[in-house]
Design a protein around this ligand. Structure first.
Ligand code: AMP
Ligand code: ZN
Length: 464
C-alpha cells in the first residue's frame, strides 16, 4: 500500500508498527447540528480507506470520538462553545442535543454505507483520561496554569509546525476566523487543555478536576481517546484538511510529550467538498444534508458514487448538475449489472488478474476513480462470463459499498410469467406506435408494484 502522508508530504509505503495490523483513529463529528455532505465526504473517504486496508488483508482496529464537549467556534480557544450554541438553538440540554445529532449522524452514515468504527467514544465519557494526561503534562513542564485554565506550552514541543508546514511568523491563531486572542496564554499559539469556570460561567457540562470545576479542550479528547483504546503507537490518523492545523498539530504535540516518543506515523487527510460559492458551511445558504438530497429525490448512494469518482486529495465542487450526472451514471451502472446472468461459471484465471488490478488501484494512494474504472472494464470484458463479472463486482463492492449487486427478491413463477408477457405485449405496442397501450401496460404493472426500466439493452423490471 502506498499512501500520501501529510507528515512527510510524500506518497510512501505503508508499514504499520505490527505486521498485518492497523491501528487507526479518525476524528468524529461535533454533534451540535446535522452533518453536511462535506463532512460526510471525509467519512466516506475514511470508510473507503478502512475497507481498502481490509481488502489488502490487514486486520484494522478503528476508533472514532464523538465531540460532545469542548469544541469552540474558533480553533484559537475563543468564541462560543459549539455544543452550548446548538443546545440553545434547540431548546434542549447539551446531552439531549448530543444524543439527537449522534443518532442523526449514524443514520446518515448508514444511508451512505459508511461502516461504524469498532469503537465510537463520546468525549464526555473519558474525562478521567484527560485529567491523567494533563497532570503528567504539567508535572513534566509541558503545560502551565494561567487564570485557572491549563494550557500547553508549544515552545516545549519538538518541531511543533512539522505537520502543517506552517511558518510561525505568518500565523495568527484562529486561522479560520478573526477572533480575539486569549490573553492568558504565554504564546498566542499555546492551546487550552482544560478550561475552568473562569472561561465560561454557564457551561452546562462540567467536571471536577485538580484545577477547579471545568471541562476539557477539544484537542486533548482525541489524544486521550486514541491512547486509551489504541495504545501509545498509532499507525494512521485521519481527518479533513482543516484538521491539520491546529487540531492535529496540537494532538501530536501533547501525545508525544505525554508518551515521550514518536506517536503516529501516517497522517492522512481528505480534501474538502466545496459548493459553487466556496467553503461549505452549516450556517450559510442552503444547508446541504443527506435528508435534503433525499427530499429532492436522490438516492444517497448517488452522492457516494459522486465522491468516489474523484480522488480524496482533490477538492470537489458540489453542484446539483454534477449530482444529477452521478445519479444517472450510477443507475445505469446498476441496471447493467442487474442484467447479468447469475448461472455459476467462474473464469478463475481472469478474475485473479482483475483482483490484482483492484489492489493496485488501492495501493496507488487510494485511487477510487481507478477502482470505478475497473468495474466498467470488467463489464466490458467479453472473455469474462457474466458470473465472473458478478463475482468481481461483488468483491470490489466490499470496498466501494455502492450496493452494486441487489439481492434478488423472491418472486413467484406465475408473476414472473405474467410480467414477461406484459413486457412483450408492450414492446409490440411500441413497435405498432400504440403508445397509449404501452403506457397503460406500464401503469397497470406499476399498480401491482412492478416498475419497468427501459434501456438500450431492453426492458427489465424492479419489484417495489
Ligand atoms: P466537525 O463535525 O466540524 O468536527 O467536522 C467533522 C469532519 O468533517 C472533520 O473531519 C472535518 O475535517 C471534516 N470537514 C469539515 N468541513 C468539510 C468539507 N467542506 N469537506 C470535507 N470535509 C469537511
Ligand atoms: Zn480529533
Amino acid at each position: 500500500m502506498r499512501i500520501y502522508n501529510t507528515l512527510t508530504k510524500k506518497v510512501e509505503d505503508f508499514i504499520p508498527f505490527e505486521e498485518g495490523k492497523v491501528r487507526m483513529y479518525t476524528c468524529g463529528p461535533t454533534v451540535y447540528d446535522y452533518a453536511h455532505i462535506g463532512n460526510l465526504r471525509t467519512y466516506i473517504f475514511e470508510d473507503i480507506l478502512e475497507k481498502s486496508l481490509k481488502y489488502l488483508g490487514y486486520d484494522v482496529y478503528r476508533v472514532m470520538n464523538i465531540t460532545d464537549v469542548g469544541h469552540l467556534t474558533s480553533d484559537g480557544d475563543t468564541g462560543e462553545d459549539k455544543m452550548a450554541k446548538g443546545a440553545l438553538r434547540e431548546g434542549k440540554t447539551v446531552k439531549e442535543t448530543a444524543e439527537f445529532y449522534t443518532e442523526a449522524f449514524f443514520n446518515d452514515c448508514a444511508k451512505l454505507n459508511i461502516a461504524k468504527p469498532a469503537v465510537v467514544a463520546p468525549a464526555s465519557e473519558h474525562i478521567d483520561t484527560y485529567i491523567k494526561m494533563i497532570k503528567k503534562l504539567l508535572k513534566d513542564g509541558y503545560a502551565y496554569e494561567s487564570n485557572g485554565n491549563i494550557y500547553f506550552d508549544i515552545s516545549k514541543a519538538k518541531d511543533y509546525y512539522r505537520l502543517s508546514g506552517k511558518n510561525p511568523e505568518d500565523l495568527l491563531i484562529g486561522a479560520r476566523e478573526s477572533v480575539e486572542e486569549d490573553k492568558f496564554k504565554r504564546n498566542p499559539a499555546d492551546f487550552a487543555l482544560w478550561f475552568t469556570i473562569s472561561k465560561f460561567q454557564n457551561q452546562e457540562m462540567k467536571w471536577d478536576s485538580p484545577w477547579g470545576v471545568g471541562y476539557p479542550g477539544w484537542h486533548i479528547e482525541c489524544s486521550g481517546i486514541s491512547g486509551e483504546y489504541l495504545g501509545e503507537y498509532l499507525d494512521i490518523h485521519c481527518g479533513g484538511v482543516d484538521n491539520i492545523f491546529p487540531h492535529h498539530t496540537n494532538e501530536i504535540a501533547q501525545s508525544e510529550a505525554y508518551f515521550g516518543h514518536r506517536w503516529c506515523n501516517y497522517w492522512i487527510h481528505g480534501e474538502h467538498l466545496n459548493d459553487a460559492t466556496g467553503k461549505m458551511s452549516k450556517s450559510k445558504g442552503e444547508f446541504l444534508t443527506i435528508s435534503l438530497l433525499e427530499k429532492k429525490g436522490y438516492d444517497p448512494l448517488s452522492y457516494r458514487f459522486f465522491c468516489l469518482n474523484s480522488h480524496y486529495r482533490n477538492q470537489l465542487i458540489f453542484t446539483w448538475d454534477a449530482l444529477d450526472g452521478a445519479e444517472n451514471a450510477y443507475k445505469k451502472l446498476k441496471n447493467r449489472i442487474k442484467q447479468l446472468d447469475r448461472t455459476p461459471d467462474l473464469n478463475e484465471n481472469k478474475t485473479d488478474a482483475y483482483q490484482v488490478k483492484f489492489k493496485e488501484a488501492i495501493s496507488n494512494d487510494l485511487n477510487t476513480s481507478s477502482m470505478m474504472t475497473l468495474v466498467y472494464d470488467v463489464l466490458k470484458d467479453e472473455d469474462l462470463s457474466d458470473f465472473s463479472k458478478l463475482y468481481l463486482i461483488d468483491s470490489f463492492d466490499k470496498v466501494l459499498s455502492l450496493n452494486l449487486i441487489e439481492e434478488e427478491k423472491e418472486i413467484d413463477n406465475d408473476l414472473e410469467k405474467e410480467i414477461q408477457e406484459q413486457i412483450e405485449k408492450r414492446n409490440q405496442a411500441k413497435k405498432d406506435k400504440n403508445y397509449e397501450l404501452a403506457d397503460q401496460i406500464r401503469n397497470e404493472l406499476l399498480e401491482k408494484g412492478v416498475k419497468l426500466i427501459d434501456s438500450r439493452d431492453g426492458t427489465t423490471y424492479e419489484i417495489i
